[in-house]
Write a protein that binds this ligand. Structure first.
Ligand SMILES: *Cc1c(COP(=O)(O)O)cnc(C)c1O
Length: 424
């Protein structure tokens, strides 16, 4: 496979951009080798600078549930461009998108639009603190909530792969506001509440972990978190930046019938453009400025171009519920009977092939994966035209554009890899 142009672009990029990328995991540090510079995407495929074509299971890290360049999204963007790019004043489409989100997610009565998942979680956390008058947060090892200062503690994927347990530049006093406990471990959560009575503002959780690879909640785990928050007067914050509108139209909270107090969304709601949101009950969200005293703002928040793309994406999903059954079916076909030595976790169209025999239920068990073998798998798949996430500790995504032929090709390439490994 010729990668001359990607190599040249990577060398050039490293001179003007730290590490040559605008988000660390894109640099392939978790797998080695040269990141592919992408020139175009269509449906479930992307094409790199050297003209190599790949079946894409990254989907821009989650947003592209309808594949690249979905006609409804492209048309909405073209129409929006005719009217201007940004006004810094309210527009009707922002109400449409807010109403669409509120209608889809039972726990959300009011929502504020922001520009990234990080911003959504950071703001929701501030609301939780403002609402409760408390400072501490419980989070789970391996869960990632964006690069929010206080939450960059045992934060999964990028950090896990880079072997950095924490980030430089975060004041110790910020990190100290976060208590980390193992995912799927209610006893540890209970102990954290007991150790800090009346101090915990919220539990922040990915209801289905995606940033240490895909790890579903154990039966009763989310129900237990709900119960503990209610009992201790803390808010339950579901970070649905990855799962929202992905595992079900109303997100993981609809799938599992849990009502969090606050939710963060991103990825799918932007249709591939930078948009995110946080919301909750009218009572909680009335604390947000200018209605309330928790300050949060944004020059480009609710940007009309991004809102148009997100709205087109959500309306397409809402009007075609069979798309979720289709995703379930293709994703099930992809992950059925994995090769020996592989544990596969999947919820809907979110999945991870862990190169381990152990069941993966938390960060510690995710780390039993053979990351060296994963690297070889990753490059084998790439050479065979399949673009997996370039890290063992990431979720992959199936889009509505993946066909059975794509799935079959992917499965055959993977089977061939494990066969070649056993032959030595
Ligand atoms: C991607 C992600 C974020 C961060 O979103 P950005 O748009 O990258 O800032 C936060 N939480 C979860 C669960 C995510 O998957």
């Amino acid at each position: 496979m010729n990668t001359t142009k990607s190599e040249a672009l990577y060398a050039r990029a490293r001179k003007s951009i730290p590490g040559g990328v605008n988000s660390p995991v894109r640099a392939f540090r978790g797998v080695g080798g040269t990141p592919r510079f992408i020139v175009s995407g269509e449906g479930c495929c992307v094409v790199d600078a050297d003209g190599n074509r790949y079946i894409d299971y990254v989907g821009s890290w989650g947003p592209l549930i309808l594949g690249h360049r979905h006609p409804a999204v492209i048309q909405a963007l073209q129409e929006a461009l005719e009217t201007g790019t940004s006004f810094g004043a309210p527009t009707e489409k922002e109400i449409d998108l807010a109403e669409e989100i509120c209608a889809a997610v039972p726990s959300v009565e009011m929502v504020r639009l922001v520009n990234s998942g990080t911003e959504a979680v950071m703001s929701a956390l501030r609301v939780a603190r403002g609402f409760t008058g408390r400072d501490l947060t419980i989070k789970f090892e391996g869960c990632y909530h964006g690069h929010v200062d206080s939450l960059l503690v045992k934060a999964g994927s990028g950090l896990a792969t880079l072997g950095v347990s924490d980030s430089a530049g975060v004041p110790a006093s910020f990190a100290e506001t976060t208590i980390t406990v193992p995912f799927n471990n209610l006893d540890a959560v209970e102990r954290a509440f007991a150790a800090h009575p009346g101090k915990i503002a919220c539990i922040a959780v990915e209801p289905i972990a995606g940033n240490m690879g895909c790890i579903p909640p154990a039966p009763g785990f989310l129900e237990g978190l709900r119960e503990l928050c209610t009992r201790h007067g803390a808010l339950l914050l579901f970070d649905e930046v990855m799962t929202g509108f992905r595992v079900a139209y109303g997100g993981a909270q609809t799938l599992y019938s849990i009502r969090p107090d606050l939710s963060a969304f991103g990825k799918v709601i932007g249709g591939g453009l930078p948009i995110a949101a946080y919301g909750g009950s009218a009572e909680v969200m009335s604390h947000v400025a200018p209605q309330g005293s928790v300050y949060q703002a944004g020059t480009l928040s609710g940007n009309p171009i991004a809102v148009s793309a997100g709205l087109a994406m959500l309306r397409t999903l809402q009007a075609n519920p069979e798309l979720y059954s289709q995703l379930e079916e293709t994703s099930a076909a992809l992950t059925a009977n994995p090769p020996a030595g592989v544990t596969v976790n999947r919820v809907g169209s979110m999945f991870t092939f862990f190169v381990t025999k152990e069941p993966v239920t938390d960060f510690a068990s995710a780390k039993t994966s053979d990351t060296e073998r994963f690297k070889r798998l990753f490059h084998w798949m790439l050479a065979n035209g399949v673009y997996l996430a370039p890290s063992q500790f990431e979720a992959g995504f199936v889009s509505t554009c993946h066909t059975h032929a794509d799935i079959t090709h992917t499965r055959e390439a993977m089977a061939a890899f494990f066969e070649s490994e056993t032959r030595g």
